[in-house]
Design a protein around this ligand. Structure first.
Ligand SMILES: *[C@@H]1O[C@H](CO)[C@@H](O)[C@H](O)[C@H]1NC(C)=O
Ligand SMILES: *[C@@H]1O[C@H](CO)[C@@H](O)[C@H](O)[C@H]1NC(C)=O
Ligand SMILES: *[C@@H]1O[C@H](CO)[C@@H](O)[C@H](O)[C@H]1NC(C)=O
Ligand SMILES: *[C@@H]1O[C@H](CO)[C@@H](O)[C@H](O)[C@H]1NC(C)=O
Ligand SMILES: *[C@@H]1O[C@H](CO)[C@@H](O)[C@H](O)[C@H]1NC(C)=O
Length: 532
């Protein structure tokens, strides 16, 4: 059983439900160190010319590299990560990782990624956790009403919220900062918000932060199947559907695609627990069974109050139909015995191999195929003995304790405190002649990770000797890039000296789960380099 699943079972069995939040993490970014953000599919290096086109979103720079020229957008934003070095050279780099340097490498993110696209999210069981391997229907892959949305720290984003949609979620954190419905709306209309969340104007979708998580052990409906959201999701997802390779395909509630396999409609009674069902079925019928490796299990509460359970495989549904028939035998047996194992009152099953069986009774032949034990209800399902509970509780605590330090060591705490521009040789930067590209000295060394650190721009102890770093500008570079002249003579501001803008990025340590505020601006861990 994988860790995420163990955690969920423990959550819903012993620990308060508050421990069991489900997170949806946004995957795309507009970071410079992401090769897929570049038109050549590789990072700029050697004597490349790094071009950030005018329509580019906020770009996050966290990279050590050399380039020949830097061509910035006319009106853009370049957020500088810590411990990054941008050096300039005219020497080509012949190393294998940098073949063909000397080219124009262009940042090619010009289109925001869609909020309602299932491909842009993954589910995690903690705020900074990695993606869990959970089978989710299309509507559940986009943040549900009870989900917590995370735009991780240490990245920049470009997101299309779409038009006229009603998006409801439990909470949202963007770069470590939590928002309420009202503060998020303010953020969306702020200068930074507009650079990240699209569309800038018009009927932008409404985002409601409900602050009500799922407290129901029988599960909570995702909510995306209502209000036109599923239609919007499916407009993107349907063209990606594989053609179902079976006689009788079905389309589960919340899916954009027809599927082959088995679909259960379960009506539950007392003692039912959605995660227990999921874990029990997975463990008893799928885990460790080599012959059923391609079978996925989807378990969801649906809006009519029943539970939908889908078994699916991409091989025409043969394998998953077989598993479904075995599950049916098991559920029939449990219902006959009083329903103590799964808490199911009644159910229907449809399979794509056309063997719908409306009445109870085993299907001979399936059991020898799967080699299932006759009594497979796991102990956790019925509550188990106290000893087992204790054991699992201890396991859970250990698990949590082990995960904690990794939060503190999160790279997000260290970013944005140092940036250097170092000349290797023949410095050449494409910047207007009247302006200096300046940057601050590093912040004080006594940075406490547990406390976060004060951004010297905003902090209580301003830098004592702010030393601007000025780059020499060459006339050749200027003539090559006439179109990069700034629109105002204000030009490039170092936030240390010029107009300050409240950072959208903030120190995650300062944001409590329940704290909704705007006051963390003073603790910004990012410096923003604004190009007005
Ligand atoms: C950017 O270029 C890379 C490499 O060619 C490509 O994989 C990626 O899809 C492009 N992105 C966009 C938004 O065009
Ligand atoms: C850049 O190089 C410095 C010194 O070698 C290193 O400490 C830092 O982690 C590097 N930064 C990145 C983003 O790789
Ligand atoms: C925007 O909303 C208004 C009022 O709800 C509606 O009349 C209008 O058609 C919408 N515009 C678009 C482009 O959807
Ligand atoms: C599931 O079954 C119940 C009654 O058993 C029925 O009311 C409900 O409509 C069914 N749901 C689906 C999605 O078929
Ligand atoms: C079950 O076993 C019998 C004989 O042992 C065999 O004929 C049958 O094909 C098996 N059923 C399945 C579904 O494999």
């Amino acid at each position: 059983m994988d860790k995420a699943l163990i955690r969920l079972v423990l959550c819903f069995t012993f620990v308060s439900v508050t421990e069991c939040l489900i997170y949806k993490k946004w995957l795309p970014n507009t970071n410079l160190d992401n090769p897929s953000n570049w038109n050549l599919g590789r990072l700029p290096c050697g004597n490349d010319r790094l071009v950030i086109p005018d329509e580019s979103p906020v770009v996050f720079y966290q990279l050590n590299t050399t380039i020949r020229e830097l061509v910035l957008a006319k009106d853009g934003e370049f957020v500088l990560g810590a411990y990054s070095t941008l050096a300039f050279t005219e020497e080509p780099d012949h190393s294998a990782s940098c073949l063909g340097s000397g080219a124009d490498v262009e940042f090619n993110i010009t289109r925001p990624a869609d909020w309602i696209d299932p491909l842009n999210w993954c589910q995690t069981s903690s705020e900074s956790g990695s993606c869990d391997d959970v089978a989710l229907l299309d509507n559940e892959r986009v943040p549900c009403v009870t989900d917590n949305v995370i735009f991780p720290t240490g990245s920049s984003y470009y997101v299309n919220l779409g038009s006229n949609l009603d998006i409801s979620i439990n909470t949202i954190k963007v770069s470590g900062k939590a928002y309420s419905t009202a503060t998020f709306d303010t953020f969306l209309n702020s200068e930074y918000g507009k650079k990240i969340f699209f569309p800038l104007t018009g009927n932008r979708s409404r985002v409601t932060i409900r602050r009500s998580q799922c407290m129901d052990v029988t599960g909570c409906a995702c909510g995306n199947e209502q209000g036109g959201l599923l239609d919007a999701i499916c407009a993107l997802q349907s063209p990606r559907c594989a053609r179902p390779r079976c006689k009788i395909a079905f389309r589960p509630t919340g899916s954009c695609c027809d599927m082959c396999g088995g679909i259960f409609n379960l009506t539950y009674g007392s003692g039912f627990n959605l995660e227990t069902l999921r874990t029990g079925i997975k463990r008893n019928f799928l885990d460790g069974k080599a012959e059923y490796q391609g079978v996925s299990l989807f378990v969801s509460k649906i809006t009519d109050g029943n539970v939908q359970m889908v078994l699916w495989d991409s091989q025409g549904g043969k394998l998953s139909s077989a598993v479904a028939h075995s599950v049916k035998v098991e559920l029939d047996r449990d219902i006959k015995d009083g329903g103590f194992g799964y808490g199911i009152n009644k159910f229907t099953l449809k399979t794509s191999d056309d063997q719908t069986e409306p009445t109870a009774g085993g299907l001979s032949g399936t059991n020898n195929e799967s080699g299932l034990p006759q009594s497979t209800i796991i102990a956790i399902a019925v509550g188990g003995g106290a000893g087992l509970m204790l054991l699992l509780l201890v396991a859970f605590l250990i698990y949590r304790r082990r995960t904690r330090p990794s939060f503190e060591g999160d790279a997000g705490y260290q970013i944005f405190d140092r940036f250097s521009l170092r000349n290797i040789r023949k410095p050449r930067v494409v910047l207007p002649a009247s302006l200096a590209f300046s940057w601050s000295t590093p912040p004080p060394e006594n940075v406490g990770y547990s406390q976060g650190f004060d951004n010297p721009i905003y902090g209580s102890a301003p830098l004592e000797q702010p030393k601007a770093f000025e780059l020499e500008l060459t006339s050749t570079a200027l003539s090559e890039s006439a179109e990069q002249q700034p629109t105002s003579d204000h030009g490039f501001d170092n936030p240390l000296y010029g107009d300050m803008q409240v950072s959208m990025f903030s120190d995650p340590t300062q944001v409590q789960e329940e704290k909704i505020d705007d006051d963390v601006a003073g603790m910004g861990e990012y410096k923003n380099y604004s190009i007005a």
